[in-house]
Design a protein around this ligand. Structure first.
Ligand SMILES: [Ca+2]
Length: 256
């Protein structure tokens, strides 16, 4: 039994079915600016707000009927007036739907990733680094990147060329552990690959204190556009927690 991650429940045979979900949709974007054809994807953080407005319209129709009787005798004259008023009320309902999109737009550059590596893998083929860039989100106990309890555990992707990174989406592991392990995480971008047990010396793109919720998608925005051949997601504290990445989406463009 090489499946030794301590947080897997006792009866693992009931939780090994795979279920994957892709959360991002793609549309084409211009290739003029970036020298290649980037993929436009919309943030998975899309909220829909529905507003219902009720308008009441009142139409009033007044019909007046006048009857006049005039006596022909000289002593008495009588005039009778009858007024009939008809009121018609019409109610109309107008529904207005407003869709509000939040989060960052992303020129996704997964196709520029040539290799994914980790500070280690926990020894099971179900947790190798490639699962973090396969385009799928695992909702099970398997099929995401999971390192050992390394000091300053990290996950790294290498690009085919120098890329400038604006932001990234990191999908957390479902079911367990992200809510206490993914803390004090820095994202570094630069030309130096990650080293065992060492905090990266590349430029820090952003820092996330955490922790997130299990299954949460983090929208991490660089403090400033940051360029390099490597993007490294690394735990910077000394708690020796494993790095786990369910899926990574990197947003940027080629060059500096
Ligand atoms: Ca994945």
């Amino acid at each position: 039994m090489h499946f030794k991650i301590e947080d897997v429940p006792g009866n693992t045979t009931t939780t090994t079915s795979k279920s994957t979900t892709s959360i991002l949709s793609s549309t084409s974007a211009s290739s003029i600016q970036y020298g290649f054809t980037p993929t436009m994807v919309t943030s998975p953080k899309t909220a829909t707000t529905t507003t219902t407005t009720t308008v009441t319209k009142t139409t009033t129709t007044v019909t007046t009927t006048t009857t006049t009787t005039t006596a022909t005798v000289t002593t008495t004259a009588t005039t009778t007036t009858t007024v009939t008023i008809t009121i018609t009320t019409t109610t109309a309902t107008v529904t207005t739907t407003t869709t509000t999109t939040t989060g960052q737009q992303c020129h996704e550059i997964k196709d520029r990733i040539t290799e994914a590596t980790g500070s280690s893998s926990n020894g099971d083929v179900s947790y190798v680094p490639d699962f973090a860039i396969d385009g799928l989100i695992s909702e099970t106990w398997l099929d995401f990147f999971h390192s050992l309890h390394d000091l300053h555990a990290w996950f790294q992707v290498e690009f085919s060329n120098v890329m400038t990174i604006n932001n990234l989406f990191v999908v957390m592991r479902y079911n367990c552990c992200s809510d206490f392990r993914f803390k004090d995480v820095a994202v570094y971008v630069g030309n130096e690959p990650a080293r065992p047990e060492k905090v990266s010396r590349n430029q820090k793109c952003t820092f996330y204190e955490g922790p997130p919720s299990n299954g949460e998608t983090l929208d991490l925005v660089c403090d400033a556009p940051t360029s390099g051949r490597y993007l490294i997601i690394q735990i910077t504290n000394f708690e020796r927690e494993p790095m786990m990445v369910n899926e990574l989406y990197v947003c940027g463009y080629e060059g500096r």
